[in-house]
Design a protein around this ligand. Structure first.
Ligand code: SF4
Ligand code: SF4
Length: 322
């Protein structure tokens, strides 16, 4: 795989500073029931990297110390971590909103038959990637059979009340373009998804997040191989919108890897760009958040940040504008 970081570090992206920290996004480990071709952490059934008990215990301590409002759980498949349900219960008991970044097919894995009812009982928000509403495109990206399983899982979530009006059980979907282009307008695409998924499968959901692809990791490497990297970067830069800067997720979020190390966002985690806090350890760690409030600290920016500010903007909560 081609390294993208050397192509991104010389940047003229505007300097950013943090606001109040409200979201802790935690990667519980790389184990996953799937092996998607585009996976940015190469997750799979044989990966053994999982957050240990000491770091798991730190999550609730940091939530209390920093007044965290949202715990965003990711992986791999975060549900495969043996402590997943304990982490969810504990955060919900602290009054925190919990998001599960769910690959949908996980609900059909051994031992996960009661996963969807558990998430509903705990009122966990489910965010699921569904790159398209057509079988061909989804199976190409996520593996043969994954579209049918994803549809069956969405129907299971709907039957529990997820995505249904007034249930309060939130089911959001995520879309990324297949190639080096910006995503279409989120509102129009969401309307297409809603119409097609309901017409063909009776599926309802709350919101669609249409996100731009970041020129890093496997996607960035593919662009380099095809000689398209510079053109895509030029598109992101030409589509820069100043007003997106206020809403980029790194201003209110810290991303935590499976070993407890801290980053400004998941993309910086993938690039190995550690949180640049002058008041934390040399390699900032979850335990630093027990004593340090990162508000007002600088953020480590590079050229990939243009992926967050291009056009309608991208964040882990979807577009920043329409
Ligand atoms: S479901 Fe997600 S974490 Fe698992 S292999 Fe696919 S992209 Fe990676
Ligand atoms: S890539 Fe990360 S650090 Fe850069 S603007 Fe986006 S969220 Fe912030």
């Amino acid at each position: 795989m081609h390294a993208t970081l050397p192509l991104l570090q010389a940047t003229n992206f505007p300097a950013l500073r943090r606001h109040r920290l409200s979201t802790l996004q935690v990667n519980l480990g790389y184990r996953c029931n799937q092996t998607c071709v585009h996976c940015h952490v190469n997750a799979g059934p044989n990966r053994s990297e999982m957050m240990d008990a000491d770091n798991i215990a730190l999550i609730s301590q940091v939530i209390a110390a920093r007044g965290i409002e949202t715990l965003d759980l990711t992986g791999g498949a975060p549900e495969l971590h043996p402590a997943f349900r304990q982490v969810v219960r504990s955060a919900r008991a602290q009054g925190v909103k919990v998001i599960d970044r769910c690959n949908l097919t996980i609900v059909f894995e051994p031992g996960q038959a009661d996963l969807a009812p558990f998430l509903a009982e705990q009122r966990v928000e489910v965010v699921a990637s569904l790159p398209c509403y057509s079988l061909k495109n989804v199976d190409r990206q996520r593996g043969k059979g994954s579209f049918d399983k994803s549809i069956a899982a969405l129907q299971q979530f709907n039957a529990l009340g997820y995505g249904q009006p007034d249930s309060g059980l939130v089911l959001n979907l995520v879309y990324n373009p297949q190639g080096p282009s910006l995503p279409p307008g989120q509102t129009a695409l969401e309307a297409d998804y809603k119409r097609e998924l309901f017409a063909h499968f009776g599926i309802v959901f709350n919101e669609l997040y249409a996100l731009a692809n970041m020129p890093i990791q496997r996607f960035g490497s593919t662009l380099i191989s095809r000689g398209e990297f510079n053109r895509y970067m030029a598109l992101l830069q030409a589509s820069f919108r100043q007003d997106n800067l206020a809403g980029v997720m790194c201003r209110s979020l810290v991303s935590v890897d499976w070993q407890g190390h801290l980053y400004d966002c998941d993309f910086n985690q993938q690039l190995g760009l550690a949180l640049p806090s002058p008041r934390m350890s040399a390699r900032p760690h979850l335990r630093d958040l027990l004593r340090v409030d990162p508000a007002d600290d600088g953020i480590r920016v590079a050229d990939h940040c243009y992926g967050c500010t291009a056009g309608q903007g991208s964040s882990c909560g979807g577009a920043l504008h329409d």
